[in-house]
Design a protein around this ligand. Structure first.
Ligand SMILES: [Zn+2]
Length: 455
């Protein structure tokens, strides 16, 4: 039975709904609602719907069914922005929200290192949907990475992004740095969709295309050496004759955001398989063994740095690999030990990365023949400067980054190993922002560098 008091509560509820509708810009729905219970003036000090213990019926309906006025409550300011799509291979996990000035705040999601303060965000790869011709402003949040236990915002390294209408043809665009490590991108939409990425993406499907393309070459042997945490196969791509006088090892993509290394590998592989007089000369002198995508799970899922068990695959090389936490590194270590047993220890190992500097990381662990190692690294750097666009230089004498592949392989296996970073924002030697074609060109010239290095 309806009491007088109950009716009053109903009216309060209706009133609450009306206030919501009016405040939020609804007029159509509000008019319809006015037809039934008459509005009641709210006595001073009373809040609509505040009657203790009960939720007014109309308010229940409001929350259950959404606003009475279609979409008004949830509509964005009319900037033409529609959606950020991350539902595809290698897209970066994120969430977003509108800022008051119409920008879209893009919150990147960190990935974390196990038993460590370290965390990383910085992989950017998504598809922006917005009205063609509209200008969109995106602000990137969660750039406060922790690296080697120290806070290290990635904002200062986020000077450029790449954009593409079709996900294949990319161009570089500068970002805008604001105080407090804020980074914005302002871009006019050339069509209804635009891919935006940190560096020109290289996906597992791109690697699969490469492997399909080269698999039948007489110079190529592809061997599975193990699996990632999620069971993706890890391949070593061997180019050339394993009995060649010198053996080179190259690894790319320990850190999933750093796709530059994969483009370098493509350039190197294509140059070595060109079938011309030079490539035949190169392959008489050396054989290359490549682990092209060390952190395939991270690449698939659009992670930034760590593997799925929270391990950094370019750390912990100062000790035997943990097959449980880092099966990717354990597989590689087994392969390396097999090569050493077979008398094919790599004469040079290159660990390819991207950062904001692009230097060679020459580590100096306390090994017996460090001086000879450093002299060989000087030779290698001089050849890079001579034969490629490399000008960035190498780390100074005090540099030591324990546990990297470069440091660990030198210390534990006496392999001339180094980390080669590629600046993701700028190629000083070409005075241009890097795209895949620049890194492929570098990889092609690396083939000549290696031949001269082993002369
Ligand atoms: Zn890296």
């Amino acid at each position: 039975m309806r009491t007088k008091d109950g009716r009053r509560r109903d009216r309060r509820g209706w009133l609450l709904a009306i206030v919501f509708c009016l405040v939020l810009g609804g007029s159509l729905g509000a008019t319809a609602m006015l037809k039934d219970p008459a509005p009641r003036r709210i006595p001073p000090g009373e809040t609509p719907g505040s009657t203790a213990g009960e939720t007014p019926a109309a308010t229940d309906r409001e929350f259950a069914e959404g606003p009475a006025v279609g979409g008004a409550r949830s509509a964005l300011p009319d900037t033409g922005f529609k959606f950020i799509d991350t539902g595809f291979e290698n897209a970066s996990p994120l969430w977003y929200e509108p800022a008051e000035d119409g920008a879209i705040l893009v919150h990147l999601i960190y990935d974390h290192e196990r038993s460590s303060k370290n965390r990383a965000a910085g992989h950017i790869h998504f598809r922006l949907h917005a009205k063609a011709g509209s200008r969109q402003t995106l602000e990137f949040k969660n750039l406060d990475n922790v690296w080697n236990g120290q806070p290290g915002s990635v904002a200062r390294e986020l000077k450029a992004l790449v954009v593409s209408a079709d996900g294949r043809e990319w161009r570089s665009v500068p970002t805008q740095a604001l105080p407090e490590n804020r980074i914005r991108l302002s871009i006019e939409m050339p069509g209804p969709q635009l891919f935006i990425a940190r560096v020109e993406p290289y996906r597992i499907s791109d690697l699969d295309s490469l492997l399909t393309r080269i698999r039948r070459s007489r110079q190529v042997k592809i061997t599975t050496i193990g699996e990632t945490v999620e069971g993706r196969l890890l391949e070593i791509v061997r180019i050339g004759n394993p009995r060649a006088p010198f053996q080179v090892f190259v690894r790319a993509r320990a850190h999933p955001w750093e796709s530059g290394g994969n483009w370098v590998v493509e350039g190197l592989v294509d140059r070595l398989l060109a079938g011309d007089a030079e490539s035949k000369r190169y392959l008489r002198r050396y054989c290359v063994h490549i682990l092209p995508m060390a952190n395939k799970d991270g690449v698939a899922l659009g992670r930034t740095r760590f593997n799925l068990r929270g391990r950094d695959l370019n750390r912990n090389w100062d000790q035997p690999a943990d097959s449980e936490l880092a099966p990717e590194n354990a597989a590689l270590e087994r392969w390396l030990e097999g090569m050493i047993r077979a008398g094919h220890k790599p004469d040079l190992a290159l660990e390819l990365h991207n950062d904001g500097n692009g230097m060679l990381h020459i580590s100096r662990p306390p090994v017996p023949r460090l001086a000879e190692h450093l002299r060989r690294m000087e030779t290698f750097e001089a050849l890079l400067r001579k034969r490629t666009w490399f000008t960035e230089g190498s780390t100074k004498e005090s540099f030591r980054n324990s546990g990297t592949l470069g440091d660990g392989w030198l210390e534990r296996f006496d392999v001339d190993a180094l980390v080669h970073e590629f600046n993701c924002n700028w190629i000083a030697g070409l005075q241009t922002a890097p795209l895949a074609r620049h890194w492929k060109e570098y990889g092609a010239n690396l083939a000549l560098v290696l031949e001269e290095y082993f002369r």
